[in-house]
Design a protein around this ligand. Structure first.
Ligand code: URA
Length: 194
């Protein structure tokens, strides 16, 4: 078994925090295990917990639409993960203890996938990976670096569903990702919209 499969098995049987008591499924993440792009969300919601897959509810439908508009797919270009792998009851924010317990799994995923670009979806992902005091409204659309990897923070798809006026700014952020993808990964990447 390779290291990635081993990590997946460890995560699927994790009992490091109390979320293991209420979860139906652990959501390890999915996509290309060697993806050049990682998208990182907050944590599973109801549908993700039921299916064991990331971003399969309403915000997942929107995320897939955005990725498609960029010429990216889950299968080929992207691996989708989360800050916490188990659903917090009633979709409350994950606690610092829950985030702390789960974070080493995410950093190991990043290390093994070795993406060229990380897209942080929303405040929890931004605070979890970069800085607990960072504000998504302030820093979205600005390139950052994490361990040598280019990082683009943007709004969470659920924020775009709550407030469609934010979609314009989010599309600007994704256009920067397309540019960076052409620069770092594939000069010839085709996207009908940019
Ligand atoms: N929201 C997230 O942050 N992650 C998911 O997997 C689904 C919804």
């Amino acid at each position: 078994m390779d290291e990635f499969e081993e990590l997946k098995n460890t995560v699927l049987s994790c009992q490091k925090c109390d979320l293991c008591k209420t979860r139906h499924h652990v959501v390890f993440g999915e996509g290309n295990r060697h993806a050049p792009i990682m998208c990182i969300g907050e944590g599973p919601g109801y549908y993700e917990d039921m299916q064991g897959r990331p971003f399969v509810g309403k915000s997942g439908v929107l995320l897939d639409k955005i990725l498609d508009a960029c010429g990216f797919s889950r299968q080929e270009h992207v691996f989708i993960g989360n800050i916490v792998k188990c659903r917090p009851p009633e979709n409350r924010d994950p606690t610092p203890q829950e985030r702390g317990a789960c974070m080493p799994y995410l950093t190991k995923q990043i290390e093994l996938i070795a993406p060229k670009i990380i897209i942080l979806l929303g405040a929890t992902a931004l605070k979890g990976l970069i800085d607990p005091n960072a504000r998504i409204t302030k820093v979205r659309g600005q390139w950052m670096e994490w361990n040598g990897i280019q990082v683009m923070p943007t709004y969470h798809p659920s924020a775009l569903l709550r407030n469609p006026k934010l979609k314009r700014a989010a599309w600007e952020d994704f256009k920067l990702v397309i540019d960076k993808y052409r620069e770092l990964v594939d000069q010839t990447h085709y996207c009908a919209n940019h």
